[in-house]
Every structure is written in structure tokens, then in C-alpha cells.
Design a binder for this molecule. Structure first.
Ligand SMILES: NC(=O)c1ccc[n+]([C@@H]2O[C@H](COP(=O)([O-])OP(=O)(O)OC[C@H]3O[C@@H](n4cnc5c(N)ncnc54)[C@H](OP(=O)(O)O)[C@@H]3O)[C@@H](O)[C@H]2O)c1
Length: 389
């Protein structure tokens, strides 16, 4: 397999972020993490996605330390890895957030973290409509901005923000660029999009309070063909916020053979019909068998056992279907320019999910997949932040 660990997107502050990484949600066991991380890094993954609430930062730190010290991936150093962690909702607010990052640094056993995200727009134990949610996350952001300036974090961002939450953060009043002489000579500079509200000069009385406005470098949210939120994608594009998709495989449910409606063994090209595909249970993607057959012609995609000249071929297995659907979904994300972070604890799947650089979906197939997010076909598999004030 060709190595693709050099494939990166460039964030608005110039930092390079790998296009594909390993998700680690619900993986806590040290031995399993040791095996997964080693497999992933040997395969070519260079991005690891964790969070305080996953309670695996310490174990990930231990695994990485062992890999570096024992040179288990020859030549691999800390600076080759892009580590992401996230602020727990219980730690919202300036002081708690500042401290939480120190704890993450200690648990991960590193001097800096490549990307730190506010995991969720709300605060633990506050009701969703409570206006303190908005105040707290803004205070957390100020702490992240300070830690970014202190170079403890190479990039900062948010996760699970709605368009409203994003606008509130990016279009803050009274925030100005400090006078250039206030900059530390080695300070990271954030280019602001021309005409952004953030670049407007604040009234003089606010200048003393003003600090550099950092526009989030990354927004990580649930994103797959069943949940494309175009307004958020457009906003991110305008403000040069890199989109990172999570639950690209619908937590496994988008790639489940069981979710498909009953199949006919011969499938027609769905591109012959311009209308969106019909709704299926559990958010299945009915186009998938067709796409698998088109891009992986050697895969036997028949849905029943076939006999020809006395030679029998078994029906497609759930594992084969999941394996190739996963590739198509990851490829869809990559071709849209999203960072993808599939999670698996199975070495073979970890390798398979990285083997997505050798084929390309045609434009018409990308469009067909996009159609699944229209109207009532939208499906959310993870958290819904819509009602967080
Ligand atoms: N910011 C947030 O709020 C947030 C929320 C959710 C997720 N995330 C991040 O995004 C990552 C990915 O999302 P996710 O964990 O929700 O789900 P996902 O990546 O959509 O799906 C993971 C599931 O699919 C299975 N799977 C993976 N590759 C497969 C393959 N090739 N064939 C068959 N099955 C496969 C995995 O099982 P096995 O492990 O058994 O292989 C697991 O059950 C998370 O781990 C986390 O790092 C962030």
C-alpha cells in the first residue's frame, strides 16, 4: 500500500492537519489502545482524535510514549503526530478550561497539543436553554485563545456548534487586532477573512480589553451523506474553518447490511433516476451496493447464493459490505475536503479505512450521495446541539 501520511490540509494559521485520523471514542483499555495506535501509526495514520470525556488521554499518552521510546514505528517522533483533544462540558469557563488543558497536556504526556476543541456548546448540569451556556463557552474560548498564544495549543476549534453558536463566536463585537507592537515577535498570527466583523476596530474604551480574535481553525461535527448541514459548511468555507467530520460511518450503522431494504440480486444504476432515493430504515444508503460494485468490481455483491455451471458463489457477507461501504463513505468525506476520523479497534479495519487514496468517486456519485441529506431523510446518530442556548 502506498503511504499517504503526508496528505494534509493547511489550516488558516498555516498548521498542517492530516486528512484522515483515528477516532478513539469508547476505547479505554490500555492493551487495546496500544494495539490500535501501533497498527494505525504503522499503517500511516498521523492524527489521533481523543477527548477528556473519553477518559483515555492517559492511556493514549502511555501508548505514544512507548512507541517513541522503543522506536516501534521507526523514526516516528512527537512532531510527526497530530493530537486532538477536547474540553469536557463540565470544564466550561475561563479558569476551568485553562486548567483542563493543563490536565490534558499532563495526561497525554506532551508539551503541546495540536488541536483543542470545545467539545460541546453547553455546560454540564445547565439546562439547554440556560443563557449561561453562551457565556461559559465564550469564556472557555478566551482561555483557548490564551493557550494558543502561549503555544500550548497549535490550533483551536469547536465541536457540535450550530450555525448560531458559530456566528456568535466569530462575529464577536469589540474584538480587534491588537496594535502590531503588542505582538510577541514569535506570536502566531491569524489571518482574518477580509470584511469579517472581527476585523472592525472597537471603540477606544474597549481597546484595553481587546485581544486578538482567533477564528476557530477547525469545526468537528457529525457529517455523513445522511447529515449534510449546508449552512454550516458554507459558513466554515467563508471563514476558512476546516471541517472535520465525525461518525462518518454513522457509528457503524450506515455500513450495516441489515439496514438495507430487501435486495434484488440485479441492481440498476440509480443515476438513471434523478429523484432522491427512497427513505430506508435506520438511514441505510440504498445506492451503496451499486457503488461498491462500480468501484470494486471484484467484490461479489450478489444478495443470494448463486449457482452457475455447478459452481456456487455465496451472497455478500455483512463484513464485506461494511468494509467497502466504509471506504466509499470516507472517500465521500475526503473528496468534499473534510478531515475524517473513522474509529475502529480491529487492526484489519484500521488498515482498510486508511486504504482510500487509490480510487476516486465520480461527480455524479458524489451528488447522488449528497441527495440523501434532503428533507426527511436526514439522520443524526450522535448528539443534537440544536437547542443549546
Ligand atoms: N466531537 C464529538 O462530539 C464526537 C462525537 C462522536 C465521535 N467523535 C469522534 O469521531 C470518531 C468516529 O466516530 P464514531 O466513533 O462515532 O463512529 P464511526 O467512525 O462512524 O463508526 C465506528 C464504528 O464502525 C465500526 N467500523 C469502523 N470501520 C469499520 C469497517 N471498515 N468495517 C466494519 N465496521 C467498521 C467500528 O467498529 P469496530 O471498532 O469494532 O471496528 C465502530 O463500531 C470517534 O471515535 C471520535 O473520535 C466525536
Amino acid at each position: 500500500m502506498t503511504s499517504h501520511f503526508t496528505e494534509t490540509y493547511t489550516l488558516s494559521n498555516g498548521v498542517h492537519m492530516p486528512v484522515l485520523g483515528l477516532g478513539t471514542y469508547r476505547v479505554r483499555d490500555q492493551e487495546i489502545l496500544d494495539a490500535c495506535l501501533l497498527e494505525a501509526l504503522r499503517t500511516g495514520y498521523r492524527l489521533i482524535d481523543t477527548a477528556t470525556v473519553y477518559r483515555n488521554e492517559r492511556a493514549i499518552g502511555n501508548s505514544l510514549k512507548r512507541i517513541f521510546e522503543q522506536d516501534l514505528v521507526p523514526g516516528l517522533r512527537r512532531e510527526d503526530i497530530f493530537l486532538t483533544s477536547k474540553l469536557a462540558p463540565k470544564d466550561q469557563g475561563y479558569d476551568a478550561c485553562y486548567q483542563a488543558v493543563q490536565d490534558s497536556l499532563q495526561n497525554l504526556q506532551v508539551d503541546y497539543i495540536d488541536l483543542y476543541l470545545i467539545h460541546w456548546p453547553g455546560t454540564a448540569r445547565l439546562k439547554l436553554p440556560d443563557p449561561r451556556n453562551a457565556i461559559n463557552r465564550m469564556e472557555s474560548w478566551r482561555a483557548l485563545e490564551d493557550l494558543y498564544r502561549e503555544k500550548k495549543l497549535r490550533a483551536i476549534g469547536v465541536s457540535n456548534y450550530t450555525l448560531g453558536h458559530l456566528k456568535q463566536l466569530v462575529q464577536r463585537p469589540h474584538m480587534v487586532h491588537p496594535h502590531p507592537s503588542h505582538h510577541h515577535p514569535h506570536q502566531q498570527q491569524d489571518p482574518l477573512p477580509p470584511g469579517s466583523v472581527a476585523s472592525i476596530q472597537a471603540p477606544t474604551e474597549h481597546r484595553a480589553l481587546a485581544s486578538t480574535l482567533v477564528i476557530p481553525h477547525v469545526h468537528q461535527f457529525e457529517l455523513h451523506p445522511r447529515l449534510v448541514q449546508k449552512d454550516i459548511l458554507d459558513f466554515c468555507a467563508v471563514h476558512k474553518i476546516q471541517v472535520q467530520a465525525y461518525s462518518s460511518l454513522g457509528e457503524g450503522r450506515l455500513i450495516s447490511l441489515d439496514a438495507l431494504p430487501p435486495q434484488k440480486s440485479k441492481r440498476e444504476s440509480p443515476s438513471s433516476s434523478p429523484s432522491p432515493p427512497p427513505v430506508a430504515p435506520l438511514g441505510a444508503l440504498e445506492i451503496m451496493p451499486y457503488l461498491i460494485q462500480k468501484y470494486f468490481p471484484s467484490v461479489n455483491m450478489s444478495f443470494e447464493r448463486q449457482e452457475e455451471d455447478g459452481v456456487g458463489t455465496d451472497a455478500v457477507t455483512a463484513a464485506t459490505y461494511a468494509r467497502y461501504s466504509a471506504k466509499i463513505l470516507l472517500r465521500w468525506g475526503l473528496q468534499h475536503g473534510f478531515v475524517v476520523i473513522p474509529k475502529s479497534t480491529q487492526p484489519e479495519r484500521i488498515r482498510d479505512n486508511f486504504d482510500v487514496f487509490e480510487f476516486e468517486l465520480e461527480q455524479e456519485d458524489m451528488q447522488q450521495l449528497d441527495l440523501y441529506s434532503l428533507g426527511n431523510q436526514r439522520t443524526r446518530y450522535c448528539w443534537d446541539p440544536t437547542n443549546v442556548h
